[in-house]
Design a protein around this ligand. Sequence first.
Ligand code: TYD
Length: 143
Amino acid sequence: MKKCMVIGEIMGTCLISFDVHEDSRGSLIAVEQFKEIPFEIKRVYYMWGTDKGIVRGKHAHKDLQQVLICLNGSCKVSTSDGKTKTEYNLKNPKDGLLISGLVWREMYDFSQDAVLMVIASDHYNEDDYIRDYETFLELVRNS
Ligand code: TYD
């Protein structure tokens, strides 16, 4: 599991470890664009209620950058650049998985209480999706 070495690292896939403000009242994490999140934040979405056995994602993006944070529970994310496949186990809200560049991603093994939040660099745009794996591999070959 590659850790992001530099705050502001923009390409590839790596884990960002957020600072936690902890006191007797509990824990708090704040993330800001161009600080903990290395891009301008244009969209936030979250998913929950995904049963075990369900696989979400199964696509790549042409330009979009995203940070995935499992706010509650756990889930796994596999990423592939067409050559190397890596599995990330998101089980701590302190971890943000940065995915940028041409990366095929799948999310699975959601615990019953999992809430997965995604912070994205752009508005929803179906034209930015690559939903066919063969097309993805062809784009990788040509890039
Ligand atoms: P989908 O892309 O299938 O989710 P995932 O890849 O995470 O499994 O999206 C599910 C539905 O939600 C689909 O009808 C598109 C819609 N949607 C939006 O309207 N806006 C968004 O930002 C996202 C991510 C999805």
